[in-house]
Ligand binder design. Structure first.
Ligand SMILES: Cc1cc2nc3c(=O)[nH]c(=O)nc-3n(C[C@H](O)[C@H](O)[C@H](O)COP(=O)(O)OP(=O)(O)OC[C@H]3O[C@@H](n4cnc5c(N)ncnc54)[C@H](O)[C@@H]3O)c2cc1C
Length: 254
């Protein structure tokens, strides 16, 4: 069995910094990411993987290439006209950084008049000559014209539509997390969480789930419960793999 980035003890193989993306069921176990063969699986992905909330308009390839959710180097936006969408601290921080450090012309667009981010940051932005604060506006259309993004912005609560032109856009609408990716492994979910039995079994025999990833009546998202569920899942797996063995259920060394 070939392994990626492993640190192995006599009992356990650790695979760190590895995002699991594929699980294929075999007769006697599972193949994980085409590299690891295992008999049973415990999913403990918490509230799931995080992804940025997307810009809410249909984008063609050209426009999509100019929309950013992460910024590695602010200097890449220097001396351009940048639209920053959002009202939280990330939106305010990026607008400030670009306007103050890189001389960028910034349009800050938010759907409410009040910002969720620090009031002092919002105030600083209002006082900068190279920042235009546009509230309360929502993006309604987008197209590339004259090598710029032409964005239609609708004034909330009215039919007024204005057009602003940006070289690029930064979207800071926050992040969404969910566990729906487990559906491709055949695991059933309920309200973005994994449905389990009282033995932490999922809908796929051999795949168990624990922690904040799971749901059942009365569950609360706390650390202690996850530890207990791990014990339940391991016991259920041991009983299934070694039905002939007598397990010392109360021992923490199972
Ligand atoms: C602000 C805050 C305060 C809290 N305070 C408390 C407290 O005081 N007491 C308490 O008991 N609880 C508290 N909690 C809740 C507690 O943090 C959670 O119940 C606990 O962390 C859940 O543990 P978990 O292992 O299920 O998930 P997590 O701790 O979320 O771990 C899930 C891990 O899975 C990884 N992962 C996700 N998808 C994949 C994938 N495809 N492949 C590989 N890895 C993946 C993630 O990167 C993450 O490392 C708090 C939570 C928050 C947000």
């Amino acid at each position: 069995m070939e392994q990626l980035k492993t640190a192995t003890t006599d009992k356990t193989t650790f695979v760190l910094d590895h995002r699991v993306s594929s699980i294929q069921k075999q007769d006697s176990g599972f193949i994980v990411d085409d590299e690891f063969w295992v008999k049973s699986i415990i999913i403990a992905t918490g509230t799931g993987s995080f992804a940025p909330k997307k810009f809410p308009l249909q984008l063609d390839t050209g426009a999509a290439a100019r929309i950013h959710y992460f910024i590695k180097n602010p200097q890449e936006f220097a001396n351009q006209t940048i639209g920053v969408f959002g009202g939280g601290d990330s939106a305010l921080d990026w607008a400030l950084e670009l306007a103050e450090q890189t001389g960028t012309q910034v349009g800050l667009i938010h759907r409410r008049n009040e910002f969720r981010g620090l009031e002092s940051s919002a105030q600083r932005l209002q006082n900068l000559k190279n920042v235009e604060v546009l509230t309360p506006y929502l993006p309604k259309s987008i197209a590339i014209r004259n090598n710029q993004l032409d964005v239609g912005l609708k004034l909330v609560g009215s039919t007024e539509l204005i057009h602003k032109h940006f070289d690029q856009i930064i979207v800071a609408y926050g992040f969404r997390s969910n566990n729906s990716f487990v559906k491709k492994w055949g695991v059933n979910i309920s309200n973005s969480q994994i449905a389990v039995t009282s033995e932490m079994k999922t809908s796929v025999p051999g795949i168990y789930a624990i922690g904040d990833a799971v749901t059942y009546p009365g569950r609360v998202p706390v650390i202690g419960l996850g530890f207990g569920e791990a014990q339940i899942a391991v016991t259920a797996i041991m009983r299934s793999l070694f039905p002939e063995k007598t397990l010392t259920i109360h021992s923490t060394s199972i």
